[in-house]
Ligand binder design. Structure first.
Ligand code: SF4
Length: 358
């Protein structure tokens, strides 16, 4: 059956569920196909996005998140402007061609201005050569436009689950956490001209394989350019942690995450897909596996140690020790799985480029 679905490329919801149910032997057939599709359409190249976790203040209260507003455990920080500039300098000096600026959600004018300044600095210092992804949550359309005009050209806004009912079980039921708003914001980002990325959590309490198959079809239908998805990891100081007994084992969440990456590659042959830190957090080498089965983006964390210890969306967050370790370790890991890390190239979504030049 698995072979038949892969040969006919008939990726209905029902068939995607069957593929998600594949056992260890069967899943190799899926992985073989997804890796060869990747090689054919975007080559065995890996692009890096140096991650800067700018602030862990957040106006939202997502029920799964370690830095949610109501959580008093994390020490709150916003990286001072000079420190951000220093990190951008490090990214440029190390040869990164793209950065990701990520933070909890904040709409205060000072925050928006600080992002403006970081964008201006990054573009000036690199002579326009540094590619910039933003991951700063739901903002006014005018703010998205302002940052786009200043040089942000990719935006990652995860839907977390495309099933409205499930979305509502992992967020408080109020206007500040609306499924419809999330969809609207994704549309606005697209209208402005960003390369738009989204993603989901895999292995949530009460999530079914039908939900995950629906997520894949949602991403295809929305015609995303990039994806960052990974296993749900319990953050102990959060309301959703009370349902931790209802989630699949770590092994199953890694298995499902790898299958999700591979299946998305089957559905969307030329988009950018990240092999996420969350994956690596659950199993050593899972990030390499993610790359092997279809992903092509890695986001090494460049946030200074003083700050990144406080940016814990979930427990068990792992990071490599220093900037050098991160780059060289990743290059080594990628070589092991037959991939080459591309330095000096933005590695924009080929899918986006094709859409916009046609
Ligand atoms: S998931 Fe994002 S928006 Fe939600 S609480 Fe965490 S940082 Fe804030």
């Amino acid at each position: 059956m698995i072979k038949y679905i892969l040969n006919t490329e008939n990726y209905t919801k029902e068939n995607l569920v069957k593929l998600l149910q594949a056992n260890l032997q069967e899943r190799e057939l899926i992985f073989e196909k997804s890796s060869s599709i990747k090689e054919e359409h975007i080559a065995n190249k890996v692009y890096l996005r140096a991650l800067i976790e700018f602030s862990n203040h957040c106006e939202k209260d997502c029920l799964y998140c370690g830095i949610r507003k109501s959580n008093s455990s994390p020490k709150r920080y916003t990286i001072p402007q000079e420190e951000i500039y220093k990190t951008i300098d490090i990214a440029i000096a190390k040869g990164y061609s793209s950065i990701v600026i990520q933070a909890g959600e904040c709409k205060e004018p000072e925050f928006i201005e600080a992002i403006d300044n970081a964008l201006i600095y990054a573009k000036d210092q690199s002579g326009g050569k540094l590619g910039i992804t933003l991951s700063l949550g739901e903002q006014e359309k005018s703010t998205y436009k302002r940052w786009f005009d200043l040089g942000g050209h990719r935006y990652l806004l995860r839907i977390e689950s495309s099933n409205k009912q499930l979305f509502e079980t992992i967020h408080p039921r109020n206007e500040n956490h609306s499924f419809e708003t999330r969809l609207q914001k994704l549309k606005e980002l697209k209208e402005i001209g960003y390369q738009v990325g989204t993603g989901v959590m895999i292995g949530l309490p009460n999530q079914t394989l039908e939900d995950l198959a629906g997520d894949l079809l949602f991403m295809k239908e929305f015609d995303i350019d990039m994806c960052g998805m990974g296993p749900y990891i319990v953050s102990p100081d959060t309301p959703l942690a009370k349902l931790a007994h209802k989630i699949p084992s770590e092994e199953s969440r890694v298995d499902l995450s790898l299958k999700m990456i591979a299946l998305l590659r089957l559905l969307m042959k030329d988009i950018n897909i990240a092999s996420t830190t969350a994956l690596q957090t659950l199993t050593d080498r899972a990030r390499e596996e993610g790359i092997k089965v279809g992903a092509n983006i890695i986001m090494p964390n460049l946030t200074a140690v003083d700050f990144k210890d406080s940016y814990k969306l979930y427990n068990k967050k792992t990071d490599l020790k220093s900037h050098d370790d991160t780059l060289s370790a990743i290059e080594e890991q990628m070589t092991r799985v037959g991939h080459k890390v591309e330095i000096g190239n933005w590695g924009d979504s080929i899918h986006f480029q094709r859409k916009t030049t046609n």
